[in-house]
Design a protein around this ligand. Structure first.
Ligand code: SF4
Ligand code: SF4
Length: 324
């Protein structure tokens, strides 16, 4: 490679975990620096938005964008970085499918502001002040970004070239992506930079096609080692979730919660898992009665939080319909 690549990192509505995942590359980050100059990374470098605005279009070779889009500043930066980047990667579950910030699609701006600024027990706000996008003060007009009703994924905001899944993306997937970039061997546009299989295929636990007779929350049961958690009644989304994580959670008795996004050929994690459960609950000679199935389903507390933890904005459901 004759000239060094120009790489950018940006975070929108995110927890910062994806930025830590970049640091978790440890000495592998030196390989990145060998092939690339990092030209924009607000968490680590003092580069201003203005510097990006002044760049020629497509000046950045690859931007790794983490976080979902929940306000006007994030939308502006997504559009600006799209304009300035040859390749845009949705980095991590928030940018990919909406993730934890996307669970706010169960409510809207009005309800969130009312709760956070007026009703929350620790808030003292006798004048009932709610943030406004513009405030006049004697020195001039103060502005803050507009908070949106609905959290969106990066691809619902701008055109995305690749998706690096995970919450945060596993270091192995990041280093594989960096190697592919260095060798100029990225797959076709639109690809998810992770294996073409489900978490179950990486999971060391044994499935025996056993009937599920009771659903447990994680804290209610110490699972038997080596046996499939789902068949022990602990909802595990490994059937519907893309692998690449090495099934790390399963190795420490925690079920897959779906951060890798939809497994190949699944429409989405939630619908895929609900479909899988429907067939597991009623398979072969072990078929359950309608009442037994209903009893089992009622034991799944918080269905949206269980099946759509990471994917509500990108799912078929997208958001809750609010009463006007
Ligand atoms: S994908 Fe996970 S680790 Fe990354 S910003 Fe979102 S919540 Fe944090
Ligand atoms: S359902 Fe979960 S525990 Fe069972 S094999 Fe798949 S990933 Fe492993």
């Amino acid at each position: 490679m004759s000239e060094k690549l120009k790489i950018a990192f940006y975070w929108a509505a995110s927890c910062g975990g994806c930025e830590i995942a970049v640091l978790d590359m440890n000495e592998k980050i030196l390989d990145v620096v060998k092939i690339a100059d990092i030209v924009f990374w607000p968490v680590a470098l003092d580069v201003k938005y203005k510097d990006v605005e002044n760049m020629p279009d497509k000046n950045i070779d690859i931007t790794f964008f983490n976080g979902s889009i929940r306000n006007s500043e994030q939308e502006h930066m997504a559009k600006l970085l799209r304009q300035k980047s040859k390749t845009l990667v949705a980095f991590g579950s928030c940018a990919h499918e909406g993730c934890i910030p996307g669970l706010a699609n169960l409510t809207d701006k009005k309800e969130i502001f009312e709760y956070v600024y007026l009703k929350e027990n620790s808030v003292v706000n006798p004048e009932g002040t709610i943030p406004q996008t513009k405030t006049e003060v004697k020195e001039g007009t103060l502005t803050i970004p507009e908070f949106y009703d609905t959290v969106k994924t990066l691809a619902q905001t701008v055109d995305v070239d690749y998706y690096l899944p995970g919450c945060p993306p596993p270091v192995k997937l990041i280093t594989n992506a960096v190697d592919a970039i260095a060798r100029n061997e990225l797959p076709p546009k639109g690809s998810v930079l992770a294996p073409l299989k489900a978490v179950c295929e990486e999971c060391p636990r044994k499935r025996e096609n056993k009937k599920i007779d009771k659903i447990y929350r994680v804290y209610e049961k110490i699972p038997e080692p080596e046996k499939c958690l789902l068949e022990q009644g602990i909802i595990c989304l490994g059937l519907a979730t893309r692998s690449g994580c090495g099934a790390q959670c399963l190795k420490v008795d925690m079920p897959c919660t779906g951060c890798g996004g939809a497994a190949p050929n699944q429409p989405e994690v939630g619908a895929g898992m609900i479909t899988a459960l429907a067939s597991i609950f009623g398979y072969d000679e072990k078929t359950l009665s309608a009442e037994e199935v209903e009893k089992l389903m009622s034991q799944i507390k918080d269905p949206v939080g269980t099946f759509y933890t990471y994917s509500l904005p990108s799912s078929i459901l997208r958001r809750k319909v609010m009463k006007k």
